[in-house]
Design a binder for this molecule. Structure first.
Ligand code: ADP
Ligand code: MG
Length: 349
């Protein structure tokens, strides 16, 4: 199991304009675990992955595997296998030839290759597909062939670049589950790139969130929901309720009154208060209940989503599905911000 360490890693592309794609990235990737590199399109995820794989040379910084620099080791000798978003299968080869490709390059004997190919196709749940051509397969099946082709060389590191973004929703679930079970089975250190926070949360043991080439937070998936480091991160994870205020001890003075909070690591002074939509309590009074009015609602089957106003502020509340029968648009009612669900982030700008 390989531990990957990025030390002050940067990449600047010199073209017509200079692009700083990755900036001073420090990251310690746990051996045998799945780490997600998450962030919006263009934030530097693929560039980072390619520097780890050896497909791009960093402008500054270092990449180490188990404490040893790999910068002078060419891609094919690093022992990292990369799977790309658009599969990149060899169209003129059969599925079996595609999967066996890495072993043929290593001049492994035919019998061993045949055996390993069927093992790998078994692993990705495509037995008996050896003789098909890539174009006779669905997108999801092609991606599984790409995965089998990557794994057959027994890489010490598996690098996946948005491997399921191109698939339909139900195939994505299946592929997530497959990647998860293969990773657990093989215990291979895996770095997984995605722009989809839900995908990162479902698959990753730990998430590295990047914006604009920089690392913004590196934590367990649940921490991004409960304790995002900034309002921007909270928004990226579906946070929509923000209220500016001034913290003093266990109170925050806001335009909607004084709210009580539990102890928070942030210093006293100006802050932004956040509460996730699923943590607001519609129609509940008591501590931190503010006067609100329902503007609109959508019934989604599994829950009901309300737009609520309080003073000049808007909040979104996710409530149980049946609350669609309890509340009407226009209702005036209390809205509770439970103190243990309030999280404070620094003011923006
Ligand atoms: P992501 O994978 O997160 O979408 P990338 O790593 O592909 O982002 O790109 C990060 C930034 O670097 C983007 O602004 C992109 O346009 C730029 N970039 C990527 N590759 C090159 C290149 N070969 N030459 C110039 N700019 C590039
Ligand atoms: Mg990319």
């Amino acid at each position: 199991m390989t531990q990957v360490h990025l030390h002050g890693l940067s990449k600047v592309f010199h073209g017509k304009d200079e692009v700083r794609a990755v900036s001073n990235l420090d990251l310690e990737i746990a051996p045998g675990k799945i780490t997600a590199l998450l962030g919006p399109s263009g934030c530097g995820k693929t560039t980072t992955l390619k520097m780890i794989a050896g497909l791009l040379r960093p402008t500054e910084g270092d990449v180490t595997f188990d404490g040893e620099t790999v910068l002078s080791i060419p891609a094919e000798k690093r022992g990292a296998a990369m799977v790309f978003q658009n599969y990149l299968l060899f169209p003129y080869m059969s599925v079996g030839e595609n999967v066996g490709f890495g072993l043929r390059m290593q001049h492994v004997d035919r019998k061993t290759i045949t055996k390993k190919v069927s093992e790998m196709l078994e692993l990705v749940r495509l037995p008996d597909f050896e003789n098909r051509r890539p174009k006779q397969l669905s997108g999801g099946q092609q991606q599984r062939v790409a995965l089998a082709r990557a794994l057959i060389i027994e890489p010490k590191l598996l690098l996946l670049d948005e491997p399921i973004s191109n698939l339909d929703a139900h195939l994505r679930d299946e592929m997530r589950e497959l990647i998860h079970s293969i990773q657990r089975q093989l215990g291979i250190t895996t770095i997984f790139v995605t722009h989809d926070q839900e995908e990162a949360v479902v698959l990753a043991d730990k998430i590295a969130l990047m914006f604009d080439g920089e690392l913004h937070q590196f934590d367990l998936p649940s921490t991004f929901y409960e304790c995002p480091a900034s309002a921007r991160i909270a928004r990226f994870f579906g946070g929509v309720n923000f209220l500016e205020g001034t913290k003093q001890g266990e109170q925050v003075e806001t335009p909607l009154g004084v709210l009580h909070i539990n102890h928070q690591p942030i210093a006293d002074g100006p802050v932004i208060l956040t509460v996730r939509p699923e943590n607001l309590r519609l129609g509940e009074s008591g501590e931190n209940a503010i006067q609100a009015r329902i503007r609109s609602h959508v019934y989604v089957g599994t829950h009901t989503r309300f737009k609520v106003e309080a003073g000049a502020r808007q909040f979104e509340v996710v409530a149980e599905a049946a609350s669609v029968e309890r509340f009407r648009d226009g209702d005036q009612l209390p809205l509770k911000l439970p103190r243990e669900k309030i999280w404070l982030v620094p003011p923006e700008g």
